[in-house]
Design a protein around this ligand. Sequence first.
Ligand code: PLP
Length: 457
Amino acid sequence: MGWLTELVEERGAEALDLHAQTINPQFVKLLRTIGFDRRWARAQGAHLWDDDGNRYLDLLGGFGMFNVGRNNPRIREALVEALELERPGSVQLGVDVLPALLAEELLRRAPVSVDKVLFTSSGTEAVEAALKLGRAATGRSRVLSAEHGFHGLTLGALSANDGREFTERFGPLLPGFGRVPWNDLEALERELAREDVALFLVEPVQGKGVNLPAPGYLEGAQELCRRFGTLFCVDEVQTGFGRTGRLLALEHWGLEPDLITVAKSLSGGYVPVGALLMARRVHEEVFDSMPHAMSHGSTFAPNELAMAAGLATLHELRERRLVEESARLGERLLELTLPLVDEFEVVQDVRGLGLAWAIEFGEPDGGGSMTYRLVERAQQGLFAQLVVVPLFTKHRILTQVAGHDMAVIRILPPLVLTDADVEEFADALRATIKGAQRMPTLTKFAFSAATAAVSRR
Ligand SMILES: Cc1ncc(COP(=O)(O)O)c(C=O)c1O
């Protein structure tokens, strides 16, 4: 038995207490309050097991980083092989072939508008790179993003974030950042017409509420950006690599952005990774001379393990046709869950694209559910928690509230889900909403403060 196996066997049971002691006591308190304090023993595909041997359906997928499934054996093999090869990576004043090969694969699959890749180690770093390079390439400083947008939590990306729950207490944020309403081309045009905006940063499908773009919105935004000399930056950190039923979500609308950010699932969930794909002219403006050859970067960014995992992940997505599966299962999920809008007066909407899916609750018209009103008056978004918690504790299905103070539940499952998993979720959801509607309310308010924090990202 290896030392790591021994260590985990010996100390594994301490995970929650030790985490509270050394990392984050408030988070552990929160998990205990809402009954999410499992001791996790193992994971495979779209499932997790606790140390009592119970199996859970993981529809959260690590915030959408396990598109090829947890502990995917093909990605693991590639990583083991990369370790055994003892590659000469990260020479820093030298190059290896793996980053260039992954860049080549990414560009082969991306729209022709992008021509160079800059690797990062996370989504927020890819966004930071877009902000920095976008400013340098245009000589402009303003940055626009959409209301309800989420782009990461480092200071630059945070400045483009719309969630007050993330931004307050951390100001002042960077100057020059502004927000425009989602799906509003007129508002965007008014801002862009000032011809001082470096880039417009937008998610093709907003993660916070799984908000879909109105027909023509993204194409119109791209056209306006071109007209007024603004770089069009599509943030595919969450939507990339099959999430919406296309390899990149932008394919749904035939977009050709100047900048594309990716991360999360690119390394199969094993190794931190991210990338900024950029138009040739952006690259040429920033890296315009030998003294500027290293104008942006990060020590670990194009590391060998991330690159090997990235290559293996793109291969796995294609071999197992997981992008097509995402589209097919997403359709099936909508087919099974759209009827909930008619079945329950508290269900206002069910929406999705591929395996980015959400259900929205709302106060019924004209009287309706007393429970819903009482619960939401106690705390906005609480009704959704009354569904998320029993889905986990009773049905062993992990989901999440889509954003702070939101009556929306969303899922970002591994794309290796089966039809049976989708059916299990739809049945459990129906039973849980029925139960939540009948909930003797006041006894449930005890966990309201705690549950607010579960809906962070
Ligand atoms: C659209 C989008 N951009 C950026 C990020 C930040 O990525 P990371 O958590 O890897 O920093 C996220 C994370 O959820 C995201 O959804």
